[in-house]
Ligand binder design. Structure first.
Ligand SMILES: *Cc1c(COP(=O)(O)O)cnc(C)c1O
Length: 306
């Protein structure tokens, strides 16, 4: 517990919420801010800290088991936190051991994380009851955290982020990238009735991503799809996934490079690059009300760009 306090003392919280004024077509019609969750910590990346925070606070098991790919921001944040908190961590990593491990995996090794490679077929079972029961038998008294840290308690940490924003900016619209949907769920569940959220899908998942978001929403039995509930105050834009998760085009790479040379903070192509590209494109198409106050959530993840 004391370890957790000293870890928290190294985090920049509340994270800054800064005005953002790019010289992009259409940007002068609205007011923009960026919620800099990427600034929380150099390793414990943005929304991954938000999602893990309550789990780590309540931690009373003997060890943790969790999942991710070889570039996972979640495993990276969790691996660092577990080293700081002296919690044994087993990372079940999708795929096969490679002769050239990713920088993320190299960090995990350095931090004393036990890495086990899991073939794709087994990895697909990561949320099934029988596989989880099997893991529980094997890793006695372990806390098993789902991929991405996306579990019900993750929502609370994200809600806290929205409360921080609300205490500094009176916003109409808030934007964030969507992969597992937990972050957007947390945001939506913390909005006031006049506010709305736009998720930018970073993978091909029309319909699928909406279901994920609804599944995490508190009162999910009241949630309906857009068609049946026109008053729903959120939606996911699927025009900016660039072909799929972690898929990058030369144009997107160029956009990120230019952005990183000219803007006061950095982005990477998997999450924040697609988010800010979407923002730029939507501004140029007049997608927002004149004078709208828009907050863009920078969810971190810069380690993944290495
Ligand atoms: C994991 C991650 C996301 C996706 O968040 P979800 O809650 O899974 O939708 C977005 N941005 C960054 C930087 C991430 O690491």
């Amino acid at each position: 517990m004391n370890d957790l306090l000293s870890l928290e003392a190294t985090l920049t919280l509340p994270s800054p919420c800064q005005p953002f004024a790019p010289e992009w077509p259409g940007s002068s019609n609205v007011n923009l801010w960026v919620k800099r969750d990427d600034a929380i910590h150099s390793v414990i990346s943005g929304n991954k800290w938000r999602k893990l925070q309550h789990t780590l606070k309540a931690f009373s098991h003997s060890q943790i088991v969790s999942f991710g790919g070889a570039y996972s921001n979640h495993l990276h944040a969790l691996g660092f936190a577990c080293r700081e908190l002296d919690i044994p961590l087993t990372a079940l990593v999708r795929g096969h051991e490679s002769a050239t491990p990713s920088p993320m995996l190299q960090d995990l090794v350095k931090w004393g994380v036990d890495i086990e490679f899991v073939d794709r077929k087994t990895y697909q079972q990561r949320n099934t009851e029988s596989y989880l029961a099997q893991l529980e038998r094997r890793f006695d008294s372990a806390l098993i955290i789902p991929e991405g840290g996306s579990e019900a308690s993750a929502i609370y940490g994200i809600q806290e982020m929205v409360r921080e924003v609300n205490s500094t900016v009176d916003f109409d619209t808030i934007m964030a990238p969507v992969a597992s949907g937990a972050t957007l769920s947390g945001i939506v569940s913390a909005l006031t009735p006049k506010q709305s959220a736009i998720g930018i899908g970073v993978l091909k998942g029309e319909g699928y991503l909406e279901n994920l978001v609804e599944q995490f929403l508190p009162l999910s039995d009241c949630a309906h799809s857009m068609k049946t509930n026109p008053t729903q105050n959120w939606n996911i834009n699927h025009s900016y996934h660039f072909g799929g998760y972690a898929k990058v085009t030369p144009e997107l790479r160029e956009f990120c490079d230019t952005f990183n040379r000219t803007m006061p903070f950095h982005i990477e192509p998997v999450y924040s690059g697609k988010l800010f590209w979407a923002l730029k494109d939507m501004l140029s198409k007049g997608a927002f009300k004149q004078g709208a106050n828009i907050v863009v959530v920078h969810t971190g993840g810069l380690q993944g760009a290495r």
